[in-house]
Write a protein that binds this ligand. Structure first.
Ligand code: PLP
Length: 458
């Protein structure tokens, strides 16, 4: 393809993206049935002869865009998804055109440089020890695998066992201690690493979902203690200072799952939630949640650079080591996109103050919607300390029915969860686009939805 044709194709993609983005604040948050039915357009067989590229883009625009979930529009409160920081998307587009492979320094000096800068900036921003290593992975799920692998290997190394060489059969045992409300991704990572989903020691939580310090079992230097910066439902933070001090004194390894909450360390009004967090050994966080970087942007952070690199080591005669920081030593991937470019773009354009403002905006939004819903007579079940709000109606049935109406309304979208054994509606305020007007519209949608289900037996 000649450059002029290539360029026209990119223009068309940008035009379609522009049409989408122009309408994203006003469109339905979740596609309606007609838009979902339109996806059948993709059901045909693999064509023998390829589509014209412009026709392919038109097809995506015609059938794909209407079925997209408008997470970037300000009225999406599902999961903990985050929206889109425009400079991050722009930088990603530019870097996509460069088509860099971030595995090695020699493959892309620019990707390597920006990763190195992000590593340094992240430690500063999150108040972590100087020299903390960072690996840029797909998300917190992968980050947890990397952090736990570093922990497992380091703990066993101290017992004289080289797990990378010998495997786990016959190895000394490691104890894994975690809170009763640890995220499912934590269990999956433990299962993948041979640490067992079921052999963990579970510590009961308090009414906010925080690990109870008084219930912490004895720890030793064969223990991996997993803590949470941001309970997946309530947003609560474990009490790091007493927990980490106990762990440090015992020689245990502490990993913090802070997929969305680790960023609390970067804002004055939430920093205290992270007191003592820097005492841990490793941390997981997503840039694609609270920081609003496009997806596929997770980070593993590790105090002991050697431990992380050793756990993810690889070798091959053709590998080219430059003597500089090699990105692939910090992730399980080899070839991958240059994640550091859009992360750098986000940090560089927000700056320290902009990151703090973003976090404060989300937390303020969470408190606002909680207040609005309380005023409408809904029950707010958690202390709103970060960006998560748990909502219930008068009865479990009413809560479930209200959630169903909300999810099909197109006006807003929230997920559901269980809290204290009962169904709740879970609000996550995590999109940079969400305004006070969006929150008012959301509260009104809640009130209308509950109204429409009135008459459901209590
Ligand atoms: C989202 C989340 C995860 C999983 O992160 P992904 O980026 O989706 O892989 C793990 N832990 C917590 C607390 C989360 O919120």
């Amino acid at each position: 393809m000649d450059f002029e044709a290539f360029s026209r194709l990119l223009d068309r993609a940008r035009d379609h993206a522009g049409d989408y983005l122009r309408s994203v604040r006003d469109r339905r948050v979740y596609p309606d049935d007609a838009a979902l039915a339109g996806l059948q357009a993709f059901d045909g067989p693999l064509p023998r002869q390829g589509l014209d590229p412009h026709a392919m883009l038109d097809m995506l625009q015609r059938y794909g865009a209407p079925a997209a979930v408008a997470t970037g529009g300000g009225r999406y409160f599902g999961f903990v998804n985050g929206g889109l920081h425009p400079p991050a998307l722009a930088a990603r587009w530019l870097a996509d055109a460069w088509d860099q492979n971030a595995a090695f320094h020699v493959m892309s000096p620019v990707a390597a440089k920006l990763e190195e800068v992000c590593e340094r900036w992240l430690a500063e921003l999150l108040d972590l020890p100087e020299g903390t290593a960072a690996g840029l992975v797909g998300g917190t799920s992968t980050s947890l695998v990397c952090g736990f692998a570093a922990a497992r290997n380091a703990l066993l190394q101290r017992q004289g066992w080289d797990v990378a060489a010998k495997g786990l059969f016959g190895a000394p045992e490691i104890t894994v201690v975690l809170g009763a409300q640890a995220h499912g991704a934590v269990y999956r990572a433990l299962a993948l690493l041979g640490l067992g989903r079921e052999r963990v020691v579970t510590v009961p939580c308090d009414d906010q979902g925080r690990m109870r310090v008084d219930k912490l079992p004895p720890l030793d230097d064969r223990t991996l203690l997993i803590l949470a910066a941001g309970n997946v439902n309530s947003g609560a933070f474990d009490l790091f200072t007493p927990l980490c001090e106990r762990a440090k004194a015992a020689g245990a390894w502490v990993h913090v799952d802070g997929a969305f909450g680790l960023w609390a360390a970067a804002a004055p009004s939430t920093r205290a939630l992270c007191d003592g967090m820097a005492l841990a050994d490793s941390w997981s966080v997503d840039a694609h949640k609270t920081l609003n970087v496009p997806y596929d942007s997770g980070i593993v952070l590790c105090r002991d650079r050697r431990a992380l690199v050793d756990a993810l080591q690889t070798s091959g005669a053709y590998l080219e080591w430059s003597g500089q920081r090699e990105s692939m030593l910090y992730t399980p991937d080899m070839s991958r996109r240059a994640r550091g470019i859009d992360l750098w773009a986000t940090l560089a354009t927000l700056g320290r103050d902009g990151v703090a403002d973003l976090i404060e905006q989300l937390c303020t939004g969470a408190r606002q919607i909680a207040d609005l819903l309380r005023a409408e007579g809904f029950h707010i079940l958690n202390d709103v300390v970060f960006n998560q709000v748990l909502v219930a109606c008068g009865s479990a049935e009413e809560t479930e029915a209200t959630l169903k109406v909300l999810q099909s309304s197109g006006e807003i979208w929230c997920g559901g969860s269980q809290w204290d054994g009962k169904p709740v509606i879970r609000i996550s305020v995590c999109g940079v686009e969400t305004t006070p007007e969006d929150l008012a519209r959301a509260a009104a949608a809640f009130a209308r939805a509950r109204q429409s289900v009135a008459g459901v037996p209590a």
